[in-house]
Design a binder for this molecule. Structure first.
Ligand SMILES: Cc1cc2nc3c(=O)[nH]c(=O)nc-3n(C[C@H](O)[C@H](O)[C@H](O)COP(=O)(O)O)c2cc1C
Length: 131
């Protein structure tokens, strides 16, 4: 939980707990990011996480799928666009299908998604397997 102070910049590679995530990301070919909307974009701590990963090998020619989540009506659409630019800069290809799950509180009851959102995620998963 303290990685922004102990795993970035001159401390890169020195936080053993964070290194597990660095290794996991480095050794994976495909990622899925579930991204909440924070003040019209994605959470700053997610950017700090990305900044703490090994560059460029973590990202080069990798593939990622993005899912947006928000309380309001945007479904983190802008957040996903911002994040797409960053992943593309880093060399990661982003699946075009990016479900935007707006009004998440009224579409998730007792841990279960509405059937529409469930369908959108299943379609995305099918496309991501082929991607
Ligand atoms: C700091 C903060 C900023 C937020 N900003 C927005 C926003 O701009 N638009 C929106 O629709 N929801 C916003 N929300 C609501 C979150 O998108 C929503 O609660 C989401 O489910 C949070 O996911 P989390 O619990 O994984 O952080 C914000 C929540 C927080 C904590």
């Amino acid at each position: 939980m303290d990685f922004t102070f102990s795993a970035l910049y001159e401390n890169s590679g020195q936080n053993e707990l964070f290194n597990k995530y660095r290794e996991m990301m480095l050794n994976s070919e495909k990622f899925v990011f579930i991204v909440p909307e924070y003040n019209g974009s994605f959470p700053g701590v997610l950017k700090a996480f990305i900044d703490g990963l090994q560059f460029p090998d973590t990202f080069k020619d990798k593939k990622t799928a993005l899912v947006g989540v928000s309380s309001g009506i945007q479904g983190a659409g802008l957040a996903l666009s911002h994040l797409t630019d960053i992943f593309n800069y880093c060399g990661t290809h982003v699946l075009a299908a990016k479900p935007k799950l707006m009004h998440i509180e009224s579409n998730m009851k007792e841990g279960k998604l509405s059937s529409l959102y469930q369908d959108l995620l299943e379609q995305q998963a099918e496309e991501f397997v082929k991607f």
